[in-house]
Design a protein around this ligand. Structure first.
Ligand code: F42
Length: 145
């Protein structure tokens, strides 16, 4: 078993601890927005350590849409690079846990369709895209099979 290294952002680490420690019954939303969050667990590409990242929940059927927005920062979040290097993830959605594989969505039409769903779920994603020069990456997480 690899070591779990919590996020250096205290509010993020706290949300993961509350969400997972409660078995997916507490800490389920982004602050007081009421908007639901999932927890993505994956491996760090350099350390091999277990990393846990809360993200907004946006779904397309049984698949999850992961938006590497990092609040519109100029650089991709580090988890983007981790998922490119090792696409195997665990996704916790409240009390349910799924093993999935992610891929970055590069087809323009597919990306736009998923982006629109993600923005409907969490409208600030559009503001984040408007304030950064990078194209915010979108992943789709699909059941392994
Ligand atoms: N971030 C988003 O991008 N999108 C969202 O929808 C989103 C929603 C959300 C909801 C609730 C919440 O609590 C947080 C939310 N966040 C969202 C923030 C998100 O959870 C991340 O904190 C944020 O995207 C930044 O991701 P990051 O991977 O850049 O995190 C940094 C702070 C971090 O953890 N850095 C570590 C460190 O020690 O500096 C390194 C982590 C790491 O992955 N290291 C790799 C390794 O090998 O272990 C190497 C990575 C490399 O290439 O250097």
């Amino acid at each position: 078993m690899s070591e779990y290294i919590p996020s250096p952002s205290q509010w993020v680490a706290d949300q993961v601890e509350l969400y997972e420690g409660s078995g997916g019954t507490q800490g389920l939303t982004l602050r007081d927005t009421g908007l639901p969050v999932i927890i993505v667990t994956n491996r760090g590409r350099k350390t091999g350590a277990i990393r846990k990242t809360p993200l907004m929940r946006a779904v397309d059927g049984n698949n999850y849409i992961l938006v590497a927005s990092r609040g519109g920062a100029p650089e991709h979040p580090l988890w983007y690079h981790n998922l490119k290097s090792d696409p195997e993830v665990e996704i916790r959605d409240e009390a349910k846990v799924y093993w999935m594989r992610v891929r970055e969505v590069v087809d323009a039409g597919e990306r736009q369709r998923l982006w629109d769903i993600a923005v409907a779920a969490y409208p600030p994603y559009q503001e984040y895209q408007d304030k950064t020069d990078r194209t915010i990456p979108v992943f789709i997480a699909e059941a392994k099979g």
